[in-house]
Design a protein around this ligand. Sequence first.
Ligand SMILES: [Fe+2]
Ligand SMILES: [Fe+2]
Length: 316
Amino acid sequence: MKISELFKIAIEAGIENDPSKEKIDEIIKNKTEKYNNDKYKKYLLNEYEYNPYIDSNLFFNDDNLDIKNIAIGIDVETPELLLVDRMRERGEKIDLVIGHHPEGKSIFGLNKMISIQEELLISYGIGVSNAEKIMSESVDKYEKSLRGLNYNRAVDAAKILNIPFINLHTPADNMVHMFLVNLFEKNKPYKLENIIEILMNEKEYQYAYANNNGPIILNGSENSRAGKIYVDVTGGVEASDKIYEELKNKGVDTLVGMHMSESHLKKAKEFNINVVIAGHMSSDTIGMNLLIDEIEKKEKFEKIYNLSGFVRNKRN
Ligand SMILES: [Fe+2]
Ligand SMILES: [Fe+2]
Protein backbone atom coordinates (compact mmCIF):
# COMPACT_ATOMS: atom_id res chain seq x y z
CA MET A 1 0.00 0.00 0.00
CA LYS A 2 1.12 3.55 -0.71
CA ILE A 3 1.60 5.98 2.18
CA SER A 4 -0.94 8.48 0.83
CA GLU A 5 -3.44 5.63 0.44
CA LEU A 6 -3.19 4.47 4.06
CA PHE A 7 -3.24 8.08 5.24
CA LYS A 8 -6.49 8.67 3.37
CA ILE A 9 -8.13 5.58 4.89
CA ALA A 10 -7.18 6.84 8.37
CA ILE A 11 -8.53 10.34 7.68
CA GLU A 12 -11.80 8.91 6.38
CA ALA A 13 -12.17 6.68 9.46
CA GLY A 14 -11.51 9.75 11.62
CA ILE A 15 -14.27 11.66 9.83
CA GLU A 16 -16.69 8.72 10.13
CA ASN A 17 -16.14 8.70 13.91
CA ASP A 18 -16.01 12.45 14.39
CA PRO A 19 -18.43 13.85 16.97
CA SER A 20 -18.68 16.95 14.78
CA LYS A 21 -19.10 14.95 11.57
CA GLU A 22 -21.78 17.18 10.09
CA LYS A 23 -19.39 20.16 10.24
CA ILE A 24 -16.60 18.43 8.30
CA ASP A 25 -17.67 19.67 4.85
CA GLU A 26 -17.71 23.22 6.16
CA ILE A 27 -14.26 22.78 7.74
CA ILE A 28 -12.81 21.46 4.47
CA LYS A 29 -14.50 24.28 2.53
CA ASN A 30 -13.03 26.89 4.91
CA LYS A 31 -9.61 25.27 4.69
CA THR A 32 -9.69 25.39 0.88
CA GLU A 33 -10.94 28.99 0.87
CA LYS A 34 -8.23 30.01 3.30
CA TYR A 35 -5.64 28.40 1.05
CA ASN A 36 -7.02 29.98 -2.11
CA ASN A 37 -7.07 33.44 -0.55
CA ASP A 38 -3.63 33.16 0.99
CA LYS A 39 -1.35 35.88 -0.32
CA TYR A 40 1.66 33.64 0.17
CA LYS A 41 0.12 30.37 -0.93
CA LYS A 42 3.01 29.57 -3.24
CA TYR A 43 4.93 28.66 -0.09
CA LEU A 44 2.25 26.27 1.11
CA LEU A 45 1.48 22.68 0.25
CA ASN A 46 -2.18 21.85 -0.16
CA GLU A 47 -1.82 18.27 -1.26
CA TYR A 48 -4.44 16.59 0.86
CA GLU A 49 -7.56 18.65 0.45
CA TYR A 50 -9.77 15.91 1.85
CA ASN A 51 -8.02 16.17 5.22
CA PRO A 52 -9.82 18.40 7.76
CA TYR A 53 -7.34 17.41 10.50
CA ILE A 54 -4.48 19.86 10.29
CA ASP A 55 -2.89 18.18 13.32
CA SER A 56 -2.25 15.09 11.16
CA ASN A 57 0.16 15.21 8.23
CA LEU A 58 2.56 13.41 5.95
CA PHE A 59 5.91 14.89 6.87
CA PHE A 60 8.13 12.83 4.68
CA ASN A 61 6.38 10.79 2.06
CA ASP A 62 7.53 8.56 -0.75
CA ASP A 63 4.71 7.15 -2.81
CA ASN A 64 7.09 4.98 -4.81
CA LEU A 65 7.26 2.73 -1.77
CA ASP A 66 5.02 -0.25 -1.19
CA ILE A 67 4.48 -0.20 2.57
CA LYS A 68 4.60 -3.64 4.15
CA ASN A 69 6.18 -3.05 7.56
CA ILE A 70 5.44 -0.14 9.85
CA ALA A 71 6.47 1.10 13.28
CA ILE A 72 4.01 3.01 15.46
CA GLY A 73 4.64 5.21 18.49
CA ILE A 74 2.44 7.48 20.55
CA ASP A 75 5.33 9.94 20.62
CA VAL A 76 7.71 9.74 17.71
CA GLU A 77 10.61 12.09 18.17
CA THR A 78 14.32 11.96 17.38
CA PRO A 79 15.05 9.12 19.89
CA GLU A 80 12.40 6.87 18.33
CA LEU A 81 13.63 7.66 14.82
CA LEU A 82 17.19 6.82 15.86
CA LEU A 83 15.86 3.58 17.29
CA VAL A 84 14.21 2.79 13.96
CA ASP A 85 17.43 3.61 12.14
CA ARG A 86 19.28 1.25 14.48
CA MET A 87 16.69 -1.50 13.89
CA ARG A 88 16.96 -1.02 10.13
CA GLU A 89 20.74 -1.28 10.42
CA ARG A 90 20.27 -4.63 12.14
CA GLY A 91 18.19 -5.85 9.24
CA GLU A 92 14.61 -5.15 10.38
CA LYS A 93 12.49 -3.84 7.54
CA ILE A 94 10.60 -0.70 8.53
CA ASP A 95 9.09 1.19 5.60
CA LEU A 96 7.16 3.84 7.51
CA VAL A 97 6.94 5.33 10.99
CA ILE A 98 3.59 6.57 12.27
CA GLY A 99 3.37 8.82 15.31
CA HIS A 100 0.28 9.87 17.20
CA HIS A 101 1.11 13.17 18.92
CA PRO A 102 1.72 16.04 16.52
CA GLU A 103 5.19 17.01 15.36
CA GLY A 104 6.27 19.61 12.80
CA LYS A 105 3.45 21.51 11.16
CA SER A 106 0.84 19.30 12.84
CA ILE A 107 1.65 21.02 16.14
CA PHE A 108 0.05 24.24 14.91
CA GLY A 109 -3.16 22.44 14.04
CA LEU A 110 -3.57 20.99 17.51
CA ASN A 111 -5.49 23.82 19.12
CA LYS A 112 -7.80 24.22 16.09
CA MET A 113 -9.16 20.72 16.73
CA ILE A 114 -10.94 22.15 19.73
CA SER A 115 -13.87 22.89 17.40
CA ILE A 116 -14.78 19.24 17.94
CA GLN A 117 -15.19 19.87 21.67
CA GLU A 118 -17.28 22.92 20.85
CA GLU A 119 -19.70 20.71 18.90
CA LEU A 120 -19.70 18.15 21.71
CA LEU A 121 -20.72 20.80 24.24
CA ILE A 122 -23.46 22.02 21.92
CA SER A 123 -24.72 18.44 21.52
CA TYR A 124 -25.08 18.34 25.33
CA GLY A 125 -27.33 21.37 25.19
CA ILE A 126 -24.83 24.09 26.00
CA GLY A 127 -25.58 27.36 24.22
CA VAL A 128 -23.68 28.02 21.01
CA SER A 129 -22.35 31.40 22.14
CA ASN A 130 -21.03 29.98 25.42
CA ALA A 131 -19.45 26.97 23.70
CA GLU A 132 -17.80 29.26 21.13
CA LYS A 133 -16.46 31.64 23.76
CA ILE A 134 -15.04 28.91 26.00
CA MET A 135 -13.27 27.22 23.11
CA SER A 136 -11.91 30.34 21.45
CA GLU A 137 -10.20 31.27 24.73
CA SER A 138 -8.30 27.98 24.62
CA VAL A 139 -7.38 28.35 20.96
CA ASP A 140 -5.81 31.76 21.71
CA LYS A 141 -3.99 30.51 24.79
CA TYR A 142 -2.31 27.66 22.90
CA GLU A 143 -1.68 29.74 19.79
CA LYS A 144 0.71 31.88 21.79
CA SER A 145 2.46 29.10 23.69
CA LEU A 146 3.02 26.84 20.67
CA ARG A 147 4.66 29.47 18.46
CA GLY A 148 8.03 29.41 20.18
CA LEU A 149 8.71 25.69 19.79
CA ASN A 150 11.52 24.12 17.81
CA TYR A 151 8.69 22.35 16.04
CA ASN A 152 10.46 20.45 13.28
CA ARG A 153 13.09 18.50 15.18
CA ALA A 154 11.54 15.07 14.63
CA VAL A 155 10.66 15.82 11.00
CA ASP A 156 14.24 16.97 10.39
CA ALA A 157 15.56 13.77 11.98
CA ALA A 158 13.32 11.63 9.76
CA LYS A 159 14.61 13.43 6.66
CA ILE A 160 18.24 13.08 7.74
CA LEU A 161 17.76 9.36 8.38
CA ASN A 162 15.61 8.92 5.27
CA ILE A 163 12.68 7.41 7.19
CA PRO A 164 9.17 8.04 5.82
CA PHE A 165 7.19 9.63 8.66
CA ILE A 166 3.57 10.65 9.19
CA ASN A 167 1.36 11.39 12.19
CA LEU A 168 -2.29 10.64 12.91
CA HIS A 169 -3.66 12.57 15.84
CA THR A 170 -7.33 13.62 15.84
CA PRO A 171 -8.46 10.72 13.61
CA ALA A 172 -7.17 8.32 16.31
CA ASP A 173 -8.67 10.34 19.15
CA ASN A 174 -12.02 10.35 17.34
CA MET A 175 -11.84 6.55 17.06
CA VAL A 176 -11.31 6.09 20.80
CA HIS A 177 -13.97 8.71 21.55
CA MET A 178 -16.63 6.83 19.58
CA PHE A 179 -15.39 3.49 20.90
CA LEU A 180 -15.86 4.60 24.51
CA VAL A 181 -19.18 6.33 23.86
CA ASN A 182 -20.49 3.11 22.28
CA LEU A 183 -19.09 0.95 25.10
CA PHE A 184 -20.90 3.01 27.74
CA GLU A 185 -24.09 3.17 25.71
CA LYS A 186 -24.11 -0.58 25.30
CA ASN A 187 -23.10 -1.55 28.84
CA LYS A 188 -24.84 1.27 30.73
CA PRO A 189 -22.53 1.53 33.76
CA TYR A 190 -24.51 2.14 36.96
CA LYS A 191 -21.62 3.05 39.25
CA LEU A 192 -18.11 4.36 38.67
CA GLU A 193 -16.93 0.88 39.61
CA ASN A 194 -18.77 -0.41 36.54
CA ILE A 195 -17.05 2.15 34.30
CA ILE A 196 -13.70 0.81 35.48
CA GLU A 197 -14.89 -2.78 34.89
CA ILE A 198 -15.95 -1.94 31.34
CA LEU A 199 -12.60 -0.29 30.60
CA MET A 200 -10.70 -3.20 32.14
CA ASN A 201 -12.18 -5.56 29.54
CA GLU A 202 -9.92 -3.91 26.97
CA LYS A 203 -6.37 -5.19 26.48
CA GLU A 204 -4.89 -1.69 26.33
CA TYR A 205 -6.20 -0.86 29.83
CA GLN A 206 -5.15 -4.28 31.17
CA TYR A 207 -1.63 -3.61 29.91
CA ALA A 208 -1.59 -0.18 31.55
CA TYR A 209 -2.91 -1.74 34.77
CA ALA A 210 -0.07 -4.27 34.74
CA ASN A 211 2.26 -1.25 34.58
CA ASN A 212 0.63 0.43 37.59
CA ASN A 213 -1.14 2.91 35.33
CA GLY A 214 -4.66 1.50 34.94
CA PRO A 215 -7.92 3.48 34.90
CA ILE A 216 -8.60 5.41 38.11
CA ILE A 217 -11.29 7.46 39.78
CA LEU A 218 -10.05 10.97 40.57
CA ASN A 219 -13.31 12.35 41.90
CA GLY A 220 -16.13 10.30 43.37
CA SER A 221 -15.90 6.73 44.65
CA GLU A 222 -16.49 3.24 43.28
CA ASN A 223 -20.00 3.41 44.69
CA SER A 224 -20.89 6.82 43.21
CA ARG A 225 -23.55 6.52 40.54
CA ALA A 226 -22.26 7.24 37.04
CA GLY A 227 -25.41 9.06 35.86
CA LYS A 228 -24.97 11.07 32.67
CA ILE A 229 -21.49 10.49 31.21
CA TYR A 230 -19.38 12.90 29.15
CA VAL A 231 -16.45 11.35 27.26
CA ASP A 232 -13.61 13.82 26.87
CA VAL A 233 -10.83 12.25 24.79
CA THR A 234 -10.73 14.16 21.50
CA GLY A 235 -10.49 17.74 20.26
CA GLY A 236 -6.77 18.48 20.37
CA VAL A 237 -5.99 20.28 23.59
CA GLU A 238 -7.51 20.70 27.03
CA ALA A 239 -10.38 23.17 26.89
CA SER A 240 -10.87 25.99 29.40
CA ASP A 241 -11.88 24.84 32.88
CA LYS A 242 -15.13 26.78 32.43
CA ILE A 243 -16.63 23.68 30.81
CA TYR A 244 -17.35 22.06 34.19
CA GLU A 245 -19.91 24.62 35.24
CA GLU A 246 -21.59 24.35 31.84
CA LEU A 247 -21.59 20.55 31.91
CA LYS A 248 -23.00 20.53 35.42
CA ASN A 249 -25.83 22.84 34.33
CA LYS A 250 -26.70 20.35 31.59
CA GLY A 251 -26.89 17.45 34.02
CA VAL A 252 -23.53 15.76 33.38
CA ASP A 253 -22.56 13.62 36.40
CA THR A 254 -19.38 11.88 35.28
CA LEU A 255 -16.53 12.79 32.99
CA VAL A 256 -14.35 10.07 31.47
CA GLY A 257 -11.06 11.40 30.11
CA MET A 258 -7.53 10.36 29.18
CA HIS A 259 -5.79 12.64 31.65
CA MET A 260 -6.58 15.81 33.59
CA SER A 261 -4.62 18.79 34.90
CA GLU A 262 -4.78 19.83 38.54
CA SER A 263 -6.74 23.03 37.80
CA HIS A 264 -9.36 21.10 35.85
CA LEU A 265 -9.72 18.52 38.59
CA LYS A 266 -10.25 21.34 41.08
CA LYS A 267 -13.09 22.72 38.96
CA ALA A 268 -14.63 19.27 38.46
CA LYS A 269 -14.64 18.86 42.25
CA GLU A 270 -16.11 22.32 42.75
CA PHE A 271 -19.03 21.45 40.46
CA ASN A 272 -19.31 17.94 41.84
CA ILE A 273 -18.63 16.08 38.61
CA ASN A 274 -17.21 12.57 39.03
CA VAL A 275 -13.95 12.03 37.17
CA VAL A 276 -12.70 8.73 35.79
CA ILE A 277 -9.30 8.81 34.11
CA ALA A 278 -9.06 5.97 31.62
CA GLY A 279 -5.37 6.58 30.93
CA HIS A 280 -3.38 8.52 28.37
CA MET A 281 -1.04 6.10 26.56
CA SER A 282 -3.66 3.34 26.82
CA SER A 283 -6.48 5.43 25.31
CA ASP A 284 -4.27 6.86 22.56
CA THR A 285 -3.16 3.30 21.81
CA ILE A 286 -6.79 2.18 21.41
CA GLY A 287 -7.33 5.02 18.93
CA MET A 288 -4.26 4.05 16.91
CA ASN A 289 -5.14 0.34 17.02
CA LEU A 290 -8.63 1.08 15.71
CA LEU A 291 -7.16 3.13 12.85
CA ILE A 292 -4.73 0.36 11.95
CA ASP A 293 -7.65 -2.11 12.02
CA GLU A 294 -9.39 0.09 9.43
CA ILE A 295 -6.26 0.28 7.24
CA GLU A 296 -5.75 -3.48 7.50
CA LYS A 297 -9.26 -4.09 6.15
CA LYS A 298 -7.75 -2.97 2.84
CA GLU A 299 -4.41 -4.72 3.19
CA LYS A 300 -2.63 -6.43 6.09
CA PHE A 301 0.83 -5.28 7.08
CA GLU A 302 3.51 -7.94 7.26
CA LYS A 303 4.86 -6.65 10.53
CA ILE A 304 3.98 -3.87 12.95
CA TYR A 305 6.64 -2.72 15.39
CA ASN A 306 5.64 -1.14 18.70
CA LEU A 307 7.45 2.06 19.62
CA SER A 308 7.13 4.50 22.52
CA GLY A 309 3.86 3.86 24.37
CA PHE A 310 2.13 1.84 21.66
CA VAL A 311 1.22 -1.86 21.83
CA ARG A 312 -0.56 -3.40 18.87
CA ASN A 313 -3.90 -5.08 19.63
CA LYS A 314 -6.09 -6.24 16.77
CA ARG A 315 -9.87 -6.12 17.12
CA ASN A 316 -10.98 -7.70 13.85
FE1 LIG B 1 -4.60 11.30 21.61
FE1 LIG C 1 -2.40 11.99 23.70
